[in-house]
Design a protein around this ligand. Structure first.
Ligand code: PDD
Length: 287
Protein backbone atom coordinates (compact mmCIF):
# COMPACT_ATOMS: atom_id res chain seq x y z
CA UNK A 1 0.00 0.00 0.00
CA UNK A 2 1.34 3.44 -0.92
CA UNK A 3 1.89 5.75 1.99
CA UNK A 4 0.85 9.32 1.33
CA UNK A 5 2.08 12.65 2.56
CA UNK A 6 0.20 15.90 2.08
CA UNK A 7 2.37 18.67 0.62
CA UNK A 8 0.93 22.07 -0.28
CA UNK A 9 -2.39 20.94 -1.69
CA UNK A 10 -1.44 17.47 -2.98
CA UNK A 11 -1.45 13.96 -1.62
CA UNK A 12 1.83 12.51 -2.84
CA UNK A 13 3.72 9.27 -2.42
CA UNK A 14 5.65 9.64 0.84
CA UNK A 15 8.90 8.59 -0.89
CA UNK A 16 8.65 11.45 -3.38
CA UNK A 17 7.36 14.11 -0.99
CA UNK A 18 9.60 17.16 -0.92
CA UNK A 19 9.71 20.88 -0.26
CA UNK A 20 11.72 23.65 -1.90
CA UNK A 21 15.32 24.16 -0.74
CA UNK A 22 14.52 27.78 0.10
CA UNK A 23 11.59 26.93 2.32
CA UNK A 24 12.14 29.09 5.41
CA UNK A 25 11.49 26.08 7.59
CA UNK A 26 14.41 24.25 6.04
CA UNK A 27 16.80 27.21 6.12
CA UNK A 28 15.75 29.12 9.23
CA UNK A 29 13.45 26.84 11.27
CA UNK A 30 10.84 29.53 10.63
CA UNK A 31 7.79 27.39 11.26
CA UNK A 32 5.59 25.58 13.73
CA UNK A 33 4.16 22.10 14.09
CA UNK A 34 1.64 19.90 15.85
CA UNK A 35 1.53 16.21 16.65
CA UNK A 36 -1.92 14.70 17.14
CA UNK A 37 -2.22 11.20 18.55
CA UNK A 38 -4.48 8.63 16.88
CA UNK A 39 -5.81 5.61 18.73
CA UNK A 40 -8.24 3.06 17.34
CA UNK A 41 -8.81 5.36 14.37
CA UNK A 42 -9.75 8.29 16.60
CA UNK A 43 -8.01 11.65 16.69
CA UNK A 44 -7.16 12.55 20.28
CA UNK A 45 -7.85 16.15 21.32
CA UNK A 46 -8.06 17.53 17.78
CA UNK A 47 -9.63 20.84 18.83
CA UNK A 48 -7.03 21.91 21.43
CA UNK A 49 -4.22 20.86 19.07
CA UNK A 50 -5.63 23.09 16.32
CA UNK A 51 -6.17 25.88 18.88
CA UNK A 52 -2.50 25.63 19.86
CA UNK A 53 -1.47 25.63 16.19
CA UNK A 54 -3.48 28.82 15.78
CA UNK A 55 -1.68 30.38 18.74
CA UNK A 56 1.78 29.33 17.49
CA UNK A 57 1.02 30.79 14.04
CA UNK A 58 -0.19 34.05 15.55
CA UNK A 59 2.90 34.37 17.76
CA UNK A 60 5.11 34.10 14.65
CA UNK A 61 2.75 36.12 12.43
CA UNK A 62 2.34 33.29 9.93
CA UNK A 63 -1.06 33.04 8.19
CA UNK A 64 -3.08 29.84 8.21
CA UNK A 65 -2.06 27.95 5.04
CA UNK A 66 -5.65 26.72 4.55
CA UNK A 67 -8.86 27.48 6.42
CA UNK A 68 -9.15 25.59 9.69
CA UNK A 69 -12.08 23.37 8.56
CA UNK A 70 -10.04 22.43 5.47
CA UNK A 71 -7.19 21.28 7.71
CA UNK A 72 -9.67 19.08 9.59
CA UNK A 73 -10.66 17.55 6.26
CA UNK A 74 -7.04 17.02 5.17
CA UNK A 75 -6.22 15.30 8.48
CA UNK A 76 -9.04 12.83 7.97
CA UNK A 77 -8.33 12.24 4.30
CA UNK A 78 -4.68 11.45 5.06
CA UNK A 79 -5.74 9.09 7.85
CA UNK A 80 -8.07 7.27 5.45
CA UNK A 81 -5.54 7.07 2.64
CA UNK A 82 -2.86 5.73 5.00
CA UNK A 83 -5.32 3.57 6.94
CA UNK A 84 -3.94 5.09 10.10
CA UNK A 85 -5.36 3.27 13.07
CA UNK A 86 -2.78 3.76 15.81
CA UNK A 87 -0.07 6.37 15.63
CA UNK A 88 0.21 10.06 15.01
CA UNK A 89 -0.33 12.83 12.52
CA UNK A 90 2.45 15.35 12.08
CA UNK A 91 1.51 18.80 10.74
CA UNK A 92 4.01 21.49 9.90
CA UNK A 93 3.46 25.04 8.73
CA UNK A 94 6.36 27.22 7.65
CA UNK A 95 6.41 30.83 6.52
CA UNK A 96 6.97 29.59 2.97
CA UNK A 97 9.55 29.85 0.21
CA UNK A 98 11.54 33.05 -0.22
CA UNK A 99 15.08 34.18 -1.09
CA UNK A 100 17.10 33.74 2.06
CA UNK A 101 16.92 36.73 4.40
CA UNK A 102 16.47 36.63 8.16
CA UNK A 103 13.67 39.21 8.14
CA UNK A 104 10.20 38.23 6.94
CA UNK A 105 9.74 38.36 3.14
CA UNK A 106 8.49 41.77 2.03
CA UNK A 107 6.33 40.38 -0.78
CA UNK A 108 3.52 38.00 0.20
CA UNK A 109 4.47 34.32 0.30
CA UNK A 110 2.13 31.42 0.83
CA UNK A 111 2.80 29.48 4.03
CA UNK A 112 3.81 25.88 3.34
CA UNK A 113 1.76 23.03 4.80
CA UNK A 114 3.03 19.48 5.16
CA UNK A 115 1.32 16.54 6.84
CA UNK A 116 2.64 13.04 7.41
CA UNK A 117 1.42 10.10 9.45
CA UNK A 118 3.30 7.50 11.45
CA UNK A 119 2.04 4.13 12.63
CA UNK A 120 2.95 3.15 16.15
CA UNK A 121 1.95 0.29 18.37
CA UNK A 122 -1.45 0.40 20.02
CA UNK A 123 -1.10 2.08 23.40
CA UNK A 124 -3.28 0.53 26.09
CA UNK A 125 -4.11 1.12 29.73
CA UNK A 126 -1.08 -0.86 30.90
CA UNK A 127 1.83 1.60 31.15
CA UNK A 128 4.48 -1.15 31.02
CA UNK A 129 7.51 -1.11 33.35
CA UNK A 130 8.14 2.64 33.18
CA UNK A 131 11.10 4.52 31.76
CA UNK A 132 14.33 6.16 32.88
CA UNK A 133 15.08 9.86 32.42
CA UNK A 134 18.37 11.76 32.42
CA UNK A 135 18.75 15.38 33.50
CA UNK A 136 20.21 17.82 30.99
CA UNK A 137 20.67 21.58 31.20
CA UNK A 138 17.81 23.48 29.60
CA UNK A 139 19.62 25.58 27.01
CA UNK A 140 16.53 26.56 25.01
CA UNK A 141 15.29 30.07 24.22
CA UNK A 142 12.76 32.08 26.24
CA UNK A 143 9.71 31.25 24.11
CA UNK A 144 9.33 27.53 24.75
CA UNK A 145 5.56 28.13 24.80
CA UNK A 146 5.60 28.33 20.98
CA UNK A 147 5.64 24.93 19.29
CA UNK A 148 8.31 25.77 16.73
CA UNK A 149 10.27 23.38 14.57
CA UNK A 150 13.52 24.87 16.00
CA UNK A 151 14.26 21.85 18.18
CA UNK A 152 18.05 21.54 18.23
CA UNK A 153 18.44 21.79 22.04
CA UNK A 154 15.66 19.21 22.42
CA UNK A 155 17.35 16.96 19.87
CA UNK A 156 20.71 17.16 21.68
CA UNK A 157 19.15 16.53 25.10
CA UNK A 158 17.16 13.55 23.83
CA UNK A 159 20.27 12.12 22.16
CA UNK A 160 22.31 12.49 25.37
CA UNK A 161 19.53 10.68 27.24
CA UNK A 162 19.39 7.85 24.71
CA UNK A 163 23.18 7.46 24.72
CA UNK A 164 23.03 7.01 28.50
CA UNK A 165 20.31 4.37 28.17
CA UNK A 166 17.47 6.67 29.28
CA UNK A 167 14.25 7.18 27.33
CA UNK A 168 13.76 10.90 27.92
CA UNK A 169 15.76 13.94 29.01
CA UNK A 170 14.45 16.19 31.78
CA UNK A 171 15.54 19.76 31.20
CA UNK A 172 16.89 21.69 34.18
CA UNK A 173 16.80 25.48 34.40
CA UNK A 174 19.29 27.80 36.17
CA UNK A 175 17.41 27.40 39.48
CA UNK A 176 17.80 23.63 39.42
CA UNK A 177 14.13 23.10 38.52
CA UNK A 178 12.80 20.62 35.99
CA UNK A 179 11.09 22.58 33.23
CA UNK A 180 9.86 19.69 31.07
CA UNK A 181 11.10 16.77 28.99
CA UNK A 182 12.74 17.11 25.57
CA UNK A 183 9.38 16.22 24.00
CA UNK A 184 7.10 15.65 27.00
CA UNK A 185 5.77 17.43 30.09
CA UNK A 186 7.12 16.37 33.50
CA UNK A 187 5.11 15.48 36.61
CA UNK A 188 5.79 14.17 40.11
CA UNK A 189 3.69 12.86 43.00
CA UNK A 190 5.02 14.19 46.33
CA UNK A 191 5.20 12.46 49.71
CA UNK A 192 1.88 14.04 50.70
CA UNK A 193 0.18 12.89 47.50
CA UNK A 194 0.25 16.18 45.66
CA UNK A 195 0.39 15.98 41.92
CA UNK A 196 2.92 18.59 40.80
CA UNK A 197 3.72 19.90 37.33
CA UNK A 198 5.35 23.16 36.35
CA UNK A 199 3.04 26.08 35.63
CA UNK A 200 2.62 27.03 31.98
CA UNK A 201 4.54 30.15 31.00
CA UNK A 202 7.25 30.92 28.45
CA UNK A 203 9.48 28.23 29.99
CA UNK A 204 7.52 25.20 28.77
CA UNK A 205 5.15 24.04 26.08
CA UNK A 206 1.56 23.90 27.29
CA UNK A 207 1.06 20.23 26.45
CA UNK A 208 -2.38 19.22 25.26
CA UNK A 209 -2.05 15.91 27.11
CA UNK A 210 -1.06 17.91 30.19
CA UNK A 211 -4.23 19.98 29.85
CA UNK A 212 -6.46 16.93 29.49
CA UNK A 213 -4.76 15.24 32.43
CA UNK A 214 -5.41 18.28 34.60
CA UNK A 215 -9.14 17.80 33.97
CA UNK A 216 -8.88 14.08 34.68
CA UNK A 217 -6.98 14.73 37.92
CA UNK A 218 -9.66 17.20 38.93
CA UNK A 219 -12.43 14.66 38.22
CA UNK A 220 -10.54 12.14 40.36
CA UNK A 221 -10.28 14.78 43.10
CA UNK A 222 -6.51 14.57 43.16
CA UNK A 223 -4.64 17.49 44.67
CA UNK A 224 -2.96 19.26 41.76
CA UNK A 225 -0.36 22.01 42.22
CA UNK A 226 1.23 23.86 39.31
CA UNK A 227 4.62 25.09 40.46
CA UNK A 228 8.31 24.57 39.75
CA UNK A 229 9.94 21.52 41.30
CA UNK A 230 13.64 20.82 41.61
CA UNK A 231 15.52 17.81 40.35
CA UNK A 232 16.31 16.94 43.99
CA UNK A 233 12.60 17.00 44.86
CA UNK A 234 11.81 14.79 41.87
CA UNK A 235 14.40 12.25 42.99
CA UNK A 236 12.71 12.07 46.39
CA UNK A 237 9.17 11.92 44.95
CA UNK A 238 6.84 8.96 45.40
CA UNK A 239 6.16 8.80 41.69
CA UNK A 240 7.06 10.59 38.51
CA UNK A 241 5.73 10.46 34.98
CA UNK A 242 5.74 12.18 31.60
CA UNK A 243 2.89 13.12 29.26
CA UNK A 244 2.62 13.78 25.54
CA UNK A 245 0.44 13.03 22.55
CA UNK A 246 2.65 10.07 21.72
CA UNK A 247 3.52 8.70 25.17
CA UNK A 248 0.14 9.37 26.86
CA UNK A 249 1.00 8.96 30.57
CA UNK A 250 4.28 7.09 30.95
CA UNK A 251 5.69 6.41 34.42
CA UNK A 252 9.27 7.45 35.18
CA UNK A 253 10.94 4.92 37.47
CA UNK A 254 14.54 6.19 37.37
CA UNK A 255 16.09 9.65 37.32
CA UNK A 256 19.83 9.83 36.59
CA UNK A 257 20.12 6.19 37.64
CA UNK A 258 18.34 6.70 41.01
CA UNK A 259 15.09 4.87 41.63
CA UNK A 260 11.93 6.94 42.00
CA UNK A 261 10.11 5.53 45.04
CA UNK A 262 10.59 1.78 44.98
CA UNK A 263 11.53 1.88 41.30
CA UNK A 264 8.19 0.42 40.23
CA UNK A 265 5.19 1.97 38.53
CA UNK A 266 3.07 3.71 41.16
CA UNK A 267 -0.72 3.74 41.61
CA UNK A 268 -1.28 7.38 40.61
CA UNK A 269 0.48 7.15 37.26
CA UNK A 270 -1.23 3.82 36.61
CA UNK A 271 -4.66 5.27 37.36
CA UNK A 272 -4.08 8.41 35.29
CA UNK A 273 -2.91 6.31 32.36
CA UNK A 274 -6.07 4.20 32.57
CA UNK A 275 -8.28 7.27 32.66
CA UNK A 276 -6.41 8.92 29.81
CA UNK A 277 -6.86 5.82 27.64
CA UNK A 278 -10.56 5.82 28.53
CA UNK A 279 -10.75 9.45 27.42
CA UNK A 280 -8.90 8.62 24.17
CA UNK A 281 -11.51 5.92 23.41
CA UNK A 282 -14.34 8.46 23.30
CA UNK A 283 -15.46 10.18 20.13
CA UNK A 284 -16.05 9.12 16.58
CA UNK A 285 -13.59 6.89 14.73
CA UNK A 286 -12.29 8.18 11.38
CA UNK A 287 -10.65 4.95 10.19
N1 PDD B 1 6.07 16.80 21.65
N2 PDD B 1 6.94 19.60 25.75
C1 PDD B 1 7.60 19.55 24.57
C2 PDD B 1 8.89 20.27 24.46
C3 PDD B 1 7.05 18.82 23.50
O1 PDD B 1 7.70 18.79 22.33
C4 PDD B 1 5.83 18.14 23.68
C5 PDD B 1 5.19 17.37 22.57
C6 PDD B 1 5.19 18.21 24.92
C7 PDD B 1 3.87 17.54 25.18
O2 PDD B 1 2.83 18.19 24.48
P1 PDD B 1 1.54 17.41 23.97
O3 PDD B 1 0.91 16.80 25.16
O4 PDD B 1 0.72 18.46 23.34
O5 PDD B 1 2.00 16.34 23.00
C8 PDD B 1 5.77 18.97 25.93
C9 PDD B 1 5.54 16.14 20.46
C10 PDD B 1 4.80 14.90 20.78
C11 PDD B 1 6.69 15.94 19.50
O6 PDD B 1 7.49 16.86 19.37
O7 PDD B 1 6.75 14.89 18.83
Amino acid sequence: MARYAYVNGRYVDHRDASVHIEDRGYQLADGVYEVVGVRDGRLIDETPHLDRLDRSLRELRIDWPVARPALGFILRELMRRNRLHDGLIYMQVTRGVARRDHAFPTTPVKPALVLTTKNTKHLGADPGPGVAVKSERDIRWERCDIKTIALLPNVLAKQAARESGAYEAWLIDDEGCVTEGASTNAWIVTGNDELVTRQTDNGILAGITRGTLKKIANDLQLKLVERPFTLAEAKKAKEAFITSATSFVTPVVKIDGDKVGDGKVGPTARRLREEYVRFASEGEAVT
